[in-house]
Each structure stands twice: as structure tokens, then as C-alpha cells.
Ligand binder design. Structure first.
Ligand SMILES: CC(=O)N[C@@H](C)C(=O)N[C@@H](C)C(=O)N[C@@H](C)C(=O)O
Length: 814
């Protein structure tokens, strides 16, 4: 019913955002005359209503609807309905466990795309966990919608809940609400002159209750410098002198550096503490403006010793190079003393850099006994220049008297792994640490990390440094820890063909006292997918392929000679005459990220409509050891391209793909590979789709937020980086870019470009598109005016994958 309501809403208005009237190109695309689908499907009445709704919206003379045969119309309707079903599958974001005398409660934060509003709908589900059978979750009958809330942070005792609501526009205050178990207790509005939005995600996120639950430390945007005010008579320096009656106006003032892609408007993350009783906000003085602050926690509060706020800090005094996906930015763990305002109203304390001896420190966590401060480091990334690489884990002793020494001794707990032995721990990657990650022994912590193509849960002993796999060893699914229930683990697990599911891991000891975790599904699935999604997914399977490296050269490091992986997703149904489904090769970006074996609704949709997938984790991906990762800088456009071609050939040789129906899809560096592949292997791919692709590094270098990436990946080391590239640099950048192979391209290619992209600015894709058009190649372009690099806003995501499916179908002659 809800969906029928949505569709009739579309029929009534052309201005609801789902298919804005300016997107006539999409409506044209909705009805391609050549479209057929792999599996014939019956059209539901709601799909028919949907089509009527879209056709009725076309006020331009219905050119797109004319000439549309009814079969295509029906097939298209079925497809878009199925995509909508996939796109609205919820994701499990966070969970908390609360223990009290009356039992154990779980709260699970989830979100779901709201296509009409073009936002994510957030909601909370709660459950009682049965003491008798801990995997037995008794869920509340309905979730509670939390839209508008930017962050929820329960206090350590579970007696208070802080809800933060960031302003929707620039003029409104940030709202802090303190809830008890039954009601709103306090509400504070923090005006813009105190601070702007609170950082609730990304590098700078950090909201932390103190131990007696009277204060919360957090990171928020410091008010920007006042803008000059002008009127027809002259220039007013005075703040707040804007007076509309006499026709005055605000100037732009001096430009200030921002933190790049996904951090538009983010200039000065600063440290604040709010008193949750009075609402008084203290801006922590003493942190120089050259340091951008994030991830704050309180030091242990032992009687008589000084209390500190401990945080990660990034230097942003010169150029603020982009931070998203960039672990290579030097950062350190700092401490600053905190005192009650009544004691030292205006006192400003010095800050202490606790990690001077190492180039990177972030995610600070105190051990349960308060004796150690643990932190993650991306020193391998900072020292090499790779934007992401193998992480390491370190600790320093925390003084019981609160007197911080001049210099600290940083002790390695988990080092970078260069060349993991078969089946052995490959190092830490993109480590997810809970705010309280400790088991009851106080020395074992639980974390999530990549292990080849899987995300896994690991336990790590702080004293012995021993690392063990907690999620099942024999599972190719991806697992992440959500919360701890004492020594038991609440986790989420999924695969390319199974939607995320909550799992409960119970700790058991073997006769020698060695722990392991017995996993069970919670009794009832947390959400129910539509029948079409369920039946589509049930006819799919996946496996992880080992792909041998072709042309192993002696100058490669040991780890770079080892096989890499590709995730292969296919139908379980065998076809007549041994026919194969068309194959979509999927390429992640970075290049130092990874495509894990977890559920992706976009990819699951493509496999459900009849595509096998080959998701290639070429060398350079996270999760395979530092040797393999570092083998690609200096060889982008060749080694990575060859790895993808090896994976495709391997799949064809294994009889997994029909070589005459292969398509390729990728974003960012994955788009770099996509456009390289159609130039370097012009006969291999029948269609391609590139999302914000890097097409010409020579034109990207001057305008991207990460010019250092261009130098590092081109030269293979970071000393070449300059803001003033030489003609030799530009020549190399051009030579290693897809644009240098443009004359050979004949694959029809779809481009999806975001106007607000600061990482790979839209001009990069456009230049390549125009060059393709100039030589008469078949090209289609969709531009999303309000999207940045990730193209992930709900309508953009939907429109992108609808078009990708239609584009691929057209050339795969399904
Ligand atoms: C370091 C970096 O950002 N490199 C880019 C060229 C790149 O490939 N980035 C991807 C990791 C990326 O940003 N992908 C998009 C789709 C995303 O939002 O993750």
C-alpha cells in the first residue's frame, strides 16, 4: 500500500523530487525501445500504476512515451519496481546493549532510503534479550522513527540518552536533548555564535560522556570569521551591522581552506564541552587553530588526579588536503587538561602531543583499568604516501597521578603485516573500534577489519598481541561487530546474495580454557524484503576466486607475487546449451580500498536481473598485506588494468562467463580502470558505466582536493608532490591516464557525474566524454547537480543503477 501511495503522489505532481521535471533525459531513458530482460516477469498492478504515474508526469509532449511497445513498457515497469524494492532495503548502522536488574536490552539504529524525500530515514528498533537463551531477541512491535536526529549517544550507565539535532540551514541553532528512560529531561539550543554543526561522522566525529555523566565533550565547527558588511555609502567593519532597511549586504570576506571532498563548509573542527544540567557550553581554549580536532574521549577520572580530554588532531595550517579516504594525513593524539569552569574561568592549558614519535595516531581508547591509552595508526600510509594502507595498533602508559611526561614511549601492539602466510592474519585494515571495545578480562578487545575480501571480527590480546578470528573461519560472508553484551558479541553479517542479518556470538571456553564464539541467528529476521527481492536473492550464489598474477616479474616483492581475489556472483540455475549469463565486471576505487563480500543492494539488484558479477580486488586493495598494496603505486593504468584482465580471462577459462557479453562498471579509480579497459582492451567489453571517473590526471591535478594522490600514484613515491607541476609531470600524468587510449575506444559508455565532486571534478569526465563524442563513440551522460563524489543520495543512487541496468541490457541483448 505504501508504494501505491508513493506512485499516486508522483502522478499528482511534477515537483516532488523523485523525477524532477528537469530530468527529461531520464524519462527518455526509461523507455528504450530495445530493452528486454533476462527473466520474464509478470507485472504487478502497482508497477502498472508506477508506469502510468511516470508517463503522466511527462509534460513535454510525452515524446519519451511515444512509440513504446507494451512489452517494453511492462518489462521496464517491473525492473524499476524491483530496483525500488532493493534500494529501500534498510541497513543496520549501530547497536547498543544495556544491562540492568530487569535484564538486557538492545537498541539497533537502522536507516532506509526515502526516495521521495531524497534523504535517509533513520529509525530505532529495541529488543529485550532473554537471559535464558541469549540469542532470543524479543523485539518491540514497531521501530520508532528518528529522522532529524543527527546523533544518539547513550551515557555509559544507560540512564541518559543524548540526541543531537544539527541545523538544516545555516541560521539555526544546534539542538541538544537529554532523555531519560521515559521522557525528555532537558533541551538546549546552542546558537551559531557559540558553534555550528556538531561533527557526527567521518574523521572528526567524537561525542563522549564523562564518567559521572554530567558533561559531554564533542567536536563542532567553530564560528567562522565575521564577514564584512557593505552599503551604498561605504564599508561597515562592525559585526551585526547588517541592516536590510538601508540596503546593506554581506560580503564574502577572506576565503578559508576547507577539508575537501565531503567536508564542504568544514574548516575548523574544535573542541567543546556541554554541562548537561545547565546547558553551559565551554569552548576548550588552548588548542591552536592550526589543529583540527576529532575523536575526543575523557581520560580516567581518578580522585585527586587531573582530568584530560584526549583527542586526535590534524594539522591544517597550510593547505588542507582532502581527508575522505585519506589515511595518509599526518595526525597525532593530544591531551589537554579539563577543569570545571568555576575553578578556572578563563584558564587555558597547554596541549600535549602524546605520539610525537610516530607519524599517525587516531581512535584513542583507554583500557578498562585506565593504565593504557591504545590508538590506531596509519603510519604506513603517512610514511609511504599511499592514501590508505595497512594499519598498526599501539599503546602508551597513562600516568596514575595524571602527570603527563614530556615524552611518551609508544609501544607496538599490532605491527604492519607485509606478506601474510597463507590463511594467516594479513594485518589491520579500516579497523572499526567500538567506543567500549573491551571484554570482561579488560585486556582483550574486539574489532572489525578486512581479511582479504571479507570483513571479519577479530579479538586481540593487548598483553600478548595475539590476534584470533572471532567470526566463523569457514564463512565467506562479511561480519562486523555492532556491540558487546559482556563477553558475547552482537554482530551483523551479510554476503553479496544475503541481506544483513544480526548474529549473536556466545563465548565458550574449550577444555584448555581457549575461548571461541558460537554464532546463532537471532530468532526473527530483523526486516522482511519484498517477495521479488527474496526470490531473486534465493536463486543466486557467490564464491571467492583466487586469481594468479600473470607475468610475475622478479622485481616484485614476495607479497605482490601472490594471487589476488575476485568475488564471483551468479545464478544457481543452469541454462540450456550451457549458455552463460552476461557478466558485469565491478571495480572499486581508491585504488587502496576493497570490495568486501558484504551485501550491496545495487550489485544485488544487477545480479537479480540476470548479470553474473566479477568484483575484482586487484593488487593494491586493502586486506592482502602491505607488499601487495604497495605494488601498484607507479604502475596505475598498467598493473591494475592487467590484474582486471587476468581476472576476466580466469573467469572465462573457468567457464564462468560468456566472453561475448562482458560489461564493466566502476567509480573514481574504478572509473579510471573502466575507461582504461575500454581503451586498452577495446574488443573485450560490450558496454561500460563510469561513475565520476578519473580520466585525465593531468587535468585533475590542478583542481582536485588530493593533488598529492596524482603524484604518488603516478611516480610511486611522495617526494615529487608540488602545487606547481612541471611539463614532465603533466606529460607522465597524461601518459598513464585513460585519455591517452581514447582513439581505440569503441565500447558504448554511460557516464554518471556529480557537479559538486571536489575529488574528481566533473570537468575530468566531461573532457573524456567530449573527446569520445568527437570521434563518434556512443556515449550517454547523466549529471547530478547536487551530488558530490560518492553519488549516493537516494534518488541519484536509484537513477544511476536504473540507467546502468538499462544501458547494459541494451548491449547485452538479454
Ligand atoms: C584516495 C581517493 O579518494 N582516490 C580516488 C581517486 C578514489 O578512487 N576514491 C574512491 C575511494 C572513492 O571515493 N569512491 C567513492 C565512490 C566513494 O564515495 O567511496
Amino acid at each position: 500500500m505504501a508504494r501505491i501511495y508513493t506512485l499516486s503522489a508522483l502522478t499528482c505532481s511534477t515537483n516532488l523530487g523523485f523525477f524532477p521535471s528537469s530530468h527529461l533525459h531520464l524519462r527518455r531513458l526509461l523507455f528504450p525501445t530495445t530493452l528486454t530482460l533476462p527473466h520474464s516477469k509478470t507485472l504487478s498492478s502497482s508497477s502498472k500504476a508506477w508506469i502510468r504515474g511516470v508517463v503522466a508526469m511527462d509534460s513535454s509532449g510525452t515524446d519519451s512515451a511515444k512509440g513504446l511497445d507494451s512489452t517494453t513498457e511492462e518489462e521496464y515497469g517491473t525492473q524499476s519496481k524491483l530496483l525500488q524494492d532493493f534500494m529501500t532495503i534498510p541497513t543496520i548502522d549501530k547497536a547498543w546493549i544495556f544491562n540492568s536488574d530487569s535484564g538486557t536490552q538492545a537498541m539497533v539504529a537502522m536507516s532506509q532510503a526515502n526516495l521521495l524525500a531524497n534523504k535517509r530515514r533513520k529509525f530505532m528498533l529495541s529488543a529485550h534479550i532473554s537471559k535464558e537463551e541469549s540469542s532470543n531477541f524479543h523485539w518491540a512491535p514497531f521501530p520508532v522513527e528518528m529522522t532529524g536526529a543527527s546523533a544518539f549517544v547513550p551515557s555509559p550507565s544507560g540512564l541518559k540518552l543524548l540526541v543531537i539535532r544539527n541545523p538544516e540551514n545555516d541560521d539555526s541553532p544546534t539542538k541538544f536533548e537529554i532523555w531519560s528512560s521515559s521522557q525528555l529531561v532537558k533541551e538546549f539550543h546552542i546558537p551559531l555564535k557559540v558553534h555550528g554543526s556538531v561533527y557526527v561522522d567521518g574523521w572528526f566525529e567524537g561525542i563522549s560522556w564523562n564518567s559521572d555523566e554530567t558533561r559531554v565533550a564533542y567536536v563542532a565547527e567553530e564560528p567562522s570569521f565575521p564577514k564584512p558588511t557593505f552599503d551604498h555609502l561605504g564599508y561597515y567593519k562592525k559585526e551585526n551591522s547588517l541592516d536590510k532597511d538601508i540596503g546593506s549586504w554581506k560580503g564574502q570576506g577572506d576565503w578559508e581552506e576547507e577539508w575537501g571532498e565531503a567536508y564542504a563548509g568544514k574548516k575548523q573542527p574544535s573542541l567543546f564541552v556541554i554541562n548537561v544540567d545547565s546547558g553551559e557550553v565551554k569552548h576548550i581554549k588552548g588548542v591552536p587553530r592550526s589543529i583540527s580536532v576529532g575523536q575526543v574521549v575523557w581520560s580516567p577520572n581518578s580522585k585527586g588526579s587531573a582530568q584530560y580530554l584526549v583527542f586526535a588532531g590534524w594539522l591544517g595550517d597550510k593547505r588542507k588536503l582532502g581527508l575522505r579516504h585519506c589515511y595518509n594525513r599526518p595526525c597525532a593524539i593530544y591531551a589537554i587538561r579539563f577543569t570545571e569552569p568555576k575553578d578556572d574561568a578563563n584558564e587555558s592549558f597547554p596541549i600535549h602531543n602524546l605520539t610525537k614519535s610516530i607519524s599517525s595516531g587516531f581512535s584513542p581508547r583507554f583500557s578498562k583499568d585506565g593504565k593504557f591509552l591504545l590508538f590506531l595508526s596509519a603510519k604506513a600510509a603517512v610514511d609511504s604516501g599511499a592514501h590508505c594502507s595497512t594499519e598498526s595498533l599501539h599503546k602508551i602508559s597513562w600516568p596514575s597521578d595524571g602527570k603527563l611526561p614530556e615524552s611518551t614511549n609508544v609501544v607496538d601492539v599490532i605491527e604492519v603485516v607485509n606478506c601474510p602466510d597463507d590463511g594467516c592474519f594479513p594485518g589491520l585494515y579500516f579497523t572499526g573500534l567500538l567506543s567500549d571495545p573491551w571484554l570482561s578480562d579488560g585486556q582483550t578487545l574486539m574489532l572489525s577489519s578486512y581479511w582479504r575480501s571479507c570483513r571479519v571480527i577479530l579479538s586481540l590480546n593487548l598483553i600478548s598481541g595475539e590476534v584470533s578470528r572471532v567470526s566463523p573461519n569457514d564463512s565467506d560472508f562479511s561480519w562486523s561487530v555492532l556491540a558487546l553484551d559482556g563477553d558475547n558479541v552482537v554482530a551483523v553479517s551479510s554476503s553479496p546474495v544475503s541481506v544483513p542479518e544480526i548474529k549473536y556470538g556466545k563465548k565458550v571456553l574449550d577444555p584448555s580454557g581457549k575461548p571461541s564464539w558460537h554464532w546463532s541467528s537471532i530468532q526473527k529476521p530483523i526486516f522482511k524484503c519484498s517477495e521479488k527481492v527474496t526470490s531473486g536473492l534465493s536463486s543466486l550464489q557467490f564464491k571467492i576466486l583466487n586469481v594468479p598474477v600473470s607475468n610475475v616479474s622478479e622485481c616484485l616483492t614476495e607479497g605482490a607475487k601472490r594471487p589476488f581475489e575476485a568475488i564471483y556472483v551468479s545464478s544457481t540455475k543452469t541454462k540450456e546449451n550451457g549458455k552463460r549469463d552476461p557478466l558485469a565486471v565491478v571495480l572499486h576505487g581508491g585504488p587502496h580500498t576493497v570490495a568486501p563480500s558484504s551485501f550491496s543492494k545495487q550489485l544485488a539488484y544487477l545480479s537479480s536481473i540476470g548479470y553474473s558479477l566479477l568484483i575484482v580486488n586487484y593488487r593494491g586493495s586493502l586486506g592482502f598485506g602491505e607488499d601487495a598494496l604497495q605494488s601498484i603505486p607507479g604502475k596505475i593504468g598498467s598493473q591494475d588494468v592487467n590484474d582486471v584482465l587476468s581476472a576476466v580471462d580466469h573467469a572465462v577459462e573457468m567457464g564462468l562467463a560468456d566472453p561475448s557479453r562482458i560489461t564493466v562498471l566502476g567509480g573514481s579509480h574504478g572509473g579510471f580502470l573502466t575507461t582504461h579497459l575500454i581503451g586498452q582492451a577495446p574488443d573485450k567489453f560490450v558496454a561500460a558505466a563510469a561513475r565520476n571517473p578519473v580520466c585525465n590526471i593531468a587535468s585533475m591535478v590542478g583542481i582536485t582536493d588530493i593533488p598529492d594522490w596524482c603524484f604518488f600514484e603516478a611516480y610511486g613515491e611522495q617526494t615529487h608532490y608540488t602545487e606547481a607541476p612541471s611539463p614532465e609531470d603533466m606529460s607522465l600524468f597524461h601518459q598513464i591516464s585513460p585519455i591517452s587510449h581514447i582513439s581505440k575506444v569503441k565500447t558504448p559508455t554511460l557516464f554518471l557525474l556529480g557537479t559538486m565532486d571536489l575529488r574528481v571534478p566533473i570537468s575530468n569526465g566531461f573532457q573524456y566524454v567530449r573527446a569520445l563524442k568527437e570521434k563518434g563513440a556512443e556515449v550517454k551522460v547523466l549529471v547530478f547537480p547536487n551530488d558530490n563524489h560518492s553519488l549516493d543520495r537516494p534518488q541519484t543512487d536509484y537513477e544511476s543503477f536504473l540507467n546502468i541496468a538499462v544501458w547494459f541490457n541494451k548491449y547485452c541483448k538479454l
